[in-house]
Design a protein around this ligand. Sequence first.
Ligand code: PEP
Ligand code: MG
Length: 590
Amino acid sequence: MLKNNGTEMQIHGIAASPGICIGKAYLVGREGVDVVEKYFVKRENLKEEIKRFKNAVKKAKDELNKIIEQTPKDFSQHAHILETHMVLFKDKMLYGRTIETIENEQVNAEWALKTVVSNVKAMFSDMTDSYLRTRAADIIHVSDSIMRNLVGAETESIASIGKQVILVATDLSPAETSQIQLEKVMGFVTDRGGKASHTGIIARSLEIPAVLGLENVTRIIKNDDIIIVDGTAGVVIINPTDQALIQFEERKERYEAHKAVISRESHLPAETLDGIRLQVMGNIEFPEEVVAVMAYGGDGIGLYRTEFQYLSHSGFPSEDELFDKYKDVVDVITPRPVTIRTLDVDGDKAVSYASDADEANPVLGLRGIRYCLQKPDIFKTQLRAILRASAFGHVRILLPMISCHEEILEAKKILNEAADSLENEGIDYDGNIEVGIMIEVPSAAILADIMAKSVDFFSIGTNDLIQFSLAVDRVNRQVAHLYQPLHPAVIRIVKHIADVARDSGINVFMCGEMAGDPMNLPVLLGLGIKKLSMNPQSIPAAKKMIRSLSINEARFFITEVLKETSTKGVMNLVQNTYGSILSDKIFNEG
Ligand code: PEP
Ligand code: MG
């Protein structure tokens, strides 16, 4: 049994992958990578210096190639992340700029690389979109591996760890994470990273607990310290007391029993007690996540976010590249449906890190459909790729950030042009493809009756809808307590959207995080929302909750909810009415 030998300390980070593990810390070093000296290189030696840099890139690529080849079968679904890193080695931002810096500033390759990466970091850290910010991590991982080769530092081989440990690292690159042997690595904690980082995604797919973004955990934890990682709560306990060890051992056992129940039940249908079948689908960002949606018993993909391919690329992705990824998803999920959302980023920043387009409020700026309508060629390329994929299964198109009716008309015009061009080329697509819009801007919710005339379905994006309706930044910790899905105003807005959809005879989905919390489900069912999409891990608990509810009862319940004047009032009502169901351990151990 592990023994406490010091003073207990708790630190909080980002809960990136659920579960609990208890064990000894193993620090993965970055020696030689962070401390780099600057020196000047004589003009006549610059060619040699550039050659040294190119050799380091080549060596780093060879190493990564070897890792890709040796990637165990379990992990091959994530090989694309490593392949993305292969592309980044030759990225103009990284490769081209470093060579330019060596030449222009006559400095050593290490310093040039460090300068270029610092600029990339600074640029990304200004972005409010956490998704984009975390993508900068890919560039940093790639540059670290080049730097290691430049400075001749030893590469830590995670694959050769000989005992059971919990990894503690500044950051783990996808290449490093892919070498994890499940029988040796119980979990990991890092200074950097976030939920949407590749490392977080990989941890979830390996189903090992991980807490990321702990800022300075590598300075606090020492090798062989006993640590508890609670990846569900995002907490790391260093040198736990004996009492904490016992408590977490028990929680770990309960969590594992809970996971077993979940996997046994995840394939049961989401059918209410009064026999109404609901659709519970998964949200994905990477084609590979489709496997998790299936494993968790999802009824399809309710939201396929398509930004990643644009960011991981040094230029705009080609129609064929997009089509290949969309088709990969369609092939796996068919006959279930997949809703592909068109690009929802501030495109200039996504595709060109060098862009100096500066927006004071990018979340309210040239993003989503606004960006696509300004760049019809890029939009059309994506639409053609989606249409081509639609020939192979049940595909829907979803337009993000719609704030006025004209945007739908304009987008549909471009969609028709894309369809006509395919027609002329004799390329197959689904001529009856459904086109829907995200309802995530209050103006779209208020004009839902007008919007409904031009679309086949609504998908309520509560992440943004709550942010914009309550004027609460969804990524600002200072106001996180005001971000309330069960706020009476949010409930009324959702009711309005659902009522309009019903009266207009169109489908309404909900794909924001609100849909994935079992506590919200009695309210959503009462409002008439019967098609939900959520992160894949939330699917089993949501289905289980739905199986415990009756639509008739929920309809009666909602009339009481609508009388409440505060979030607290609504939450108390939910607790008082459904507390006995919500106290089931399946909803509390996850
Ligand atoms: C939303 O806004 O609710 C949504 C699902 O989209 P995203 O989280 O990608 O903004
Ligand atoms: Mg959104």
